[in-house]
Design a protein around this ligand. Structure first.
Ligand SMILES: N[C@@H](Cc1c[nH]c[nH+]1)C(=O)O
Length: 361
């Protein structure tokens, strides 16, 4: 295990590399306002953030990542286009696995540029992969936008699409919902009983929802339960899409074929093809990239496009050496009316040093 000083020195060197490439170094505070910001990360990080309260500033959290504060800072008045870099600790509680770090160092690179989103995705990937080029890695890419487009294209009710969108980040629940909407599995007994009016909803209200809201929600679910089952073919198509895991060029041919039956994903497939082209232009060997349609669904809920991760080939037990992705909608949510396409990624110098040391032993 590298010492803290070694990790920090490596982090500074990596950040200097991004600065040399034109990025501006930024240092968001460790203590961040929690509240609404925490919601942007999604359920997993929300449950794992260290939250405390400050008598003057209200709920505060130890930053669980840099992307949200960097987006906030940029949207508050950064000039366009912009490239930022940073290095420092992030904090995430670990409840089940004591071996996983609850505090670790990240070095990141974020690009806010509306000129050429495919080029920006390739730039972030290539810069990060370039900084890791001396260690053998396995790279996986994905595209959260593809699945979002596939859900939009389903011929079903808006309520069902909204449920699928919400559960996009919980792969097992997502599949269950699909199967349930298709009538292939029964809805859970408690939901069925609730819809039949057999469950008392007059229990004391401990949460934030009021009685009328709960009734309205149950009513909406009742109406929805009467909607026709999802077309079996559409369910098979979307499940087929989720199962894609193969070299990027092969995945693209498969996806182009799928577009015939799923026209809703055509735009997203074109977008992914543009990423392939931009990566090639940057000299990335795209045959060595595995495309996994499900990749990115268990990470930050702000991703909405291209996503990637690189793991040490010899040490699959270590956390990924780098991860990142596109988060256009996050800039809209923090932009008070403004938005800008954005993408970024982080490296973890700690595990990187471990891999480097093993290689030189
Ligand atoms: N902030 C993300 C990584 C990332 C940076 N930019 C985009 N994604 C994380 O901590 O996992």
């Amino acid at each position: 295990m590298p010492t803290r000083a070694e990790t920090n020195a490596r982090a500074s060197a990596l950040r200097a590399g991004f600065e040399a490439a034109g990025a501006v170094a930024v240092e968001p505070p460790i203590l961040q306002p929690a509240g609404a910001l925490l919601d942007l990360y999604g359920e997993d990080i929300r449950a794992r953030a260290y939250v405390t309260s400050d008598p003057l500033r209200g709920e505060q959290m130890l930053r669980p990542d840099f992307t949200v504060p960097v987006v906030q800072m940029h949207m508050a008045g950064g000039a366009e286009p912009a490239r930022y870099t940073y290095a420092g600790e992030v904090f995430r509680r670990q409840e089940d696995d004591a071996a996983r770090a609850n505090e670790y160092v990240q070095v990141g690179y974020e690009v806010f540029d509306r000129a050429d989103p495919a080029g920006a995705d390739a730039e972030v990937f290539a810069r990060i992969a370039g900084a890791l080029a001396h260690v053998p890695t396995r790279a996986v890419v994905g595209d959260v936008g593809l699945l979002m487009a596939a859900v939009e294209g389903l011929s079903t009710t808006e309520t069902r699409k909204a449920a699928l969108r919400r559960h996009l980040w919980r792969p097992r629940r997502f599949r269950q919902l699909l199967e349930m909407f298709a009538g292939r599995i029964a809805s859970p007994p408690t939901r069925a009983a609730l819809l039949r009016g057999e469950i008392e909803t007059q229990a004391p209200h401990v949460g934030k929802r009021r009685g009328a809201e709960i009734e309205a929600r149950i009513n909406a679910l009742r109406i929805d339960a009467r909607a026709p089952a999802l077309d079996a073919r559409e369910v098979d198509l979307i499940e087929g899409l989720l199962d894609i895991a193969m070299p990027l060029p092969d995945a693209l041919s498969r996806l182009h074929d799928l577009c015939v039956d799923m026209p809703a994903i055509s735009g997203a497939v074109e977008g992914l093809d543009a990423r392939r082209g931009a990566l090639e232009t940057r000299g990335v060997d795209v045959r060595a990239l595995t495309f996994e349609a499900s990749y990115g669904r268990t990470s930050m809920e702000y991703y909405d496009g291209f996503v990637f991760g690189l793991r040490a080939e010899a040490r699959p037990d270590l956390p990924p050496l780098a991860t990142g992705g596109r988060y256009d909608a996050l800039t809209r949510r923090l932009g008070a009316g403004a938005e800008i396409p954005a993408v970024g990624g982080v490296m973890r110098p700690g595990p990187l040093i471990e891999v480097e040391e093993a290689a030189t032993c």
